[in-house]
Design a protein around this ligand. Structure first.
Ligand code: EPZ
Length: 412
């Protein structure tokens, strides 16, 4: 397990060019299996989760040359199970394969450290649209000669379930309405790509999405949006070190709840059409956070924000409503001098603390990012084990941080 070595890096400054969105690229790549035409997908981030998805597409027959993806033939039965088991996002292939071929056999996605991550809402949608579903030997077998349009209510505005049902519905017979749909920016991005392929999706970005089924979809070109969580993480790298800087190639409106909180804490924020600048040279004050589906505060920024709240003046309360176990970074932060008490989905953070360098281990993707941020703010040396978590969601994090002045390196 490799280790990041981080020295105190006060006053980071400069500009970070944000990569394509992991959570935007994954559903778009899965959606390429809906069409026999050629897709050209640009601005794909270099992440392990993306490599797993691309390998899975190849396992069912995709030919991939640079940005171009096309399927001379589509063989769902050859889906590489070992890969499917590696990443939850692989389940996003279920909808496209089911809609295109009428059958899919895919490993039951495992939970992960942050929660059980069930797929009942995905399956509820497929079953309402006429699919037969069997769960045997750890695999989900889904068959449907032809899906039919349906009215589907999601008990929770699940991102993945919204994406999977939306993709499956593009080729269904009739019209599907998804009520209480996820409104995350990545949903709107997927809908735009699907419509460019010839689908008829409307209402994406709201809680009610209507999909009128068509007979087939063609190829399309798409440029993946900037990763709002990556951008938010680098904004916080300036904030935790009392620095100032800019994140480029991201839409500020995709970060609106995060920017609102940073302003509330006293940071100076400036926005252009595709960048955000922050000046956090003054001490920030405490603020309470409650994670919610978009446009609420994003759960994927909760861990990183907890690090910042340890340094702010005053006491903050963080409530994590989306996942049941997303405080895995708290142990490491407390080891570095934080004073955080958790009880279930609530964390109480005593601010005004100073981090001191220590050996800590990341347990999940965003929790590992929170520990890196603490290392940048800490006095002395911090060693963060678990860099492989970071490679799942951050394209060249070390290079990007070094470019704005961070003293960070990797020990393999
Ligand atoms: C997506 O995961 C993201 N991943 C997650 O990002 C993100 O945290 C999450 O959405 C919430 O915004 C990708 O897009 C690849 P959900 P997803 O379905 O789709 C419950 C990161 O760090 N639920 O919206 O799996 C579930 O238990 C990752 O980049 C059901 O109950 O999230 C959870 O409590 C982490 N039944 C809540 O909904 C279901 O069928 C949110 O899950 C599905 C979900």
């Amino acid at each position: 397990m490799s280790e990041l070595i981080i020295q105190a890096s006060p006053g980071l400054c400069g500009a970070v060019d944000v990569s394509g969105s992991k959570n935007g690229a994954l559903p778009v790549l899965a959606a390429t299996a809906l069409s026999g035409g050629k897709a050209v997908i640009r601005h794909i981030p270099k992440l392990t989760d993306i490599h797993v998805m691309l390998a899975m597409l190849e396992s069912v027959g995709a030919q991939i040359y640079g940005d171009e993806i096309y399927y001379p033939n589509l063989c769902p039965e050859r889906l590489d199970e070992r890969l499917a088991h590696k990443m939850r996002g692989s389940f996003l292939l279920a909808g496209p394969l089911l809609a295109r071929t009428g059958r899919v056999r895919i490993s039951m996605p495992g939970g992960c450290r942050i929660g059980a991550r069930p797929i009942d809402l995905h399956l509820k949608g497929f079953s309402k649209m006429g699919a037969q579903i069997e769960n045997c030997h750890g695999f989900i077998e889904i068959t449907a000669p032809r899906l039919h349009g349906e009215q589907i209510y999601l008990d929770f505005p699940s991102v993945g379930a919204t994406e999977n049902i939306m993709m499956a519905a593009t080729l269904a017979n009739g019209t599907t309405v998804i009520e209480n749909a996820s409104a995350e920016p990545e949903i709107s991005e997927l809908a735009e790509f699907l419509n460019n392929m010839g689908a008829k999706v409307s209402g994406a970005g709201s809680d009610r999405i209507v999909i009128e089924g068509v007979r087939e979809l063609g190829g399309a070109k798409h440029t993946v949006i900037g990763d709002r969580i990556e951008a938010g993480t680098y904004l916080l790298s300036f904030a935790v070190t009392g620095g100032h800087g800019t994140v480029r190639h991201v839409k500020p409106q995709h970060l609106s709840p995060v920017l609102a909180k940073l302003r509330e804490m006293g940071a100076k924020i400036k926005e252009t059409e595709d960048s955000v600048s922050i000046d956090a040279s003054k001490i920030l004050c405490a603020s309470d956070i409650k994670t919610m589906p978009f446009p609420g505060f994003p759960t994927d920024m909760q861990s990183q924000f907890t690090t910042l709240l340890c340094l702010a003046e005053g006491t903050s309360v963080v409530i994590e409503t989306v996942f049941e176990n997303r405080f895995l970074h708290v142990g490491g932060l407390n080891r570095m001098g934080a004073s955080i008490k958790t009880d279930g989905r609530t964390a109480v953070i005593e601010g005004g603390r100073h981090f001191t360098g220590a050996k800590v281990e990341g347990q999940d993707l965003r929790g590992s990012a929170a520990l890196v941020l603490a290392g940048l703010a800490a006095q002395g040396e911090t060693r963060v084990r678990g860099e492989e978590h970071l490679k799942r969601g951050y394209d060249d994090m070390i290079g990007k941080l070094q470019k704005i002045g961070a003293k960070i390196s990797i020990l393999n």
